[in-house]
Design a protein around this ligand. Sequence first.
Ligand SMILES: Cc1ncc(COP(=O)(O)O)c(C=O)c1O
Length: 391
Amino acid sequence: MVYNFDEVQSRKNNESIKWDALKERYGKEDLIPLWVADMEFQAPLEVREALLERLNQGIFGYTALGDDFYQAFINWVYKRHQWIVEKKELLFSPGVVPSIVMSILTFTKEKDTIIIQPPVYGPFEASIKDHNRQVIKNPLKEINGNYEMDLDHLESLFQAGHKVMILCNPHNPVGRVWDDETLSKLSRLVVQYDAMVISDEIHSDLVFYGHQHRLLVNYEGMAERTITFMAPTKTFNLAGLQTSIIICKNEKWLAKLKDTFYKMDLKINNYFGQTAFKASYDKGELWLEELIKYLEGNMSFALEFFKKHLYELKINKPEGTYLMWVDFRNLHMSQDQINHFLVNKAGLAFSDGLFFGEEGRGFMRMNIACPRTMLEKALIQLEKAMRTLRL
Ligand SMILES: Cc1ncc(COP(=O)(O)O)c(C=O)c1O
């Protein structure tokens, strides 16, 4: 390994939400934070060097996005996803959630309906409701701890006239990397009912155990009906730099979206965001490959630990994302009791399952993107707390 993911970094008092908002959010500071989706690893050295070089120039006036910004992304998606995109199909955005909001504002009006597939990343629902649109749920089906899309139900929603959906692929929090059969069927329905998909693929580079990320836009008829969002921020741990990209092959849609962004005066990137974007896509591939192996090691470690020592709880094996979805339902506790147990008995901050919708009741999400020693300490704390329940 060239990169050392075992190194423990101190992030306390560095203005990170994950560490410094513990007291505010969980009522206690002394917790191991395994909640919000960023990692306990430094960004690749090559990215930090590029940022330092930019910093040393010392002038931070208005920026312009050069061809090399777009080219870095074009090369990356070709290499990693065999996807051919052109500069004219790309639009910078400060973040994927802002892109979702802008798409909602651009393509729907107040009271319109938007389909989501809970349990799913909470800001989908919030973005819809915040702008006075209506959430229509197409909940995932849980079959023996495995999650599938309910495509029959989705078809009934399309039939009833709901035409816009937000897809999460890979899916946060259940960790599915949607397979070819699911995406083919989904695409056929979208084409048949002439719907639109806002496709959040921010986790697309974080795919494990030989699974393959498939781009929705590549299915027949989908190039005209999909808006895709990607970013280097999950992949390379750059979330605080606020940089992402929209890819849309439908020229008219992209022009409309651009118009919305420009009218909000969201035209330019910040120096550090664009520098990190370029450097990570240009130079980060080896780091990512090593990261994936390390995260697979963490996942296997956690799975084994749960099987041996935390057998009352069920945990998924993620196909993608570094997030594990833990099922506490066997404990027959209310959501408040689970939260209280984790914070006060185990000393852990997980993401509350209800953040992902009512469908997340009885579940908690655990972020395993940290040095193995930190993960092990967290799991041992959880085991000790579980023992008190077994007495
Ligand atoms: C599915 C999904 N979309 C979007 C985001 C956030 O994206 P951004 O920080 O670019 O707004 C996250 C962060 O966890 C996520 O899991």
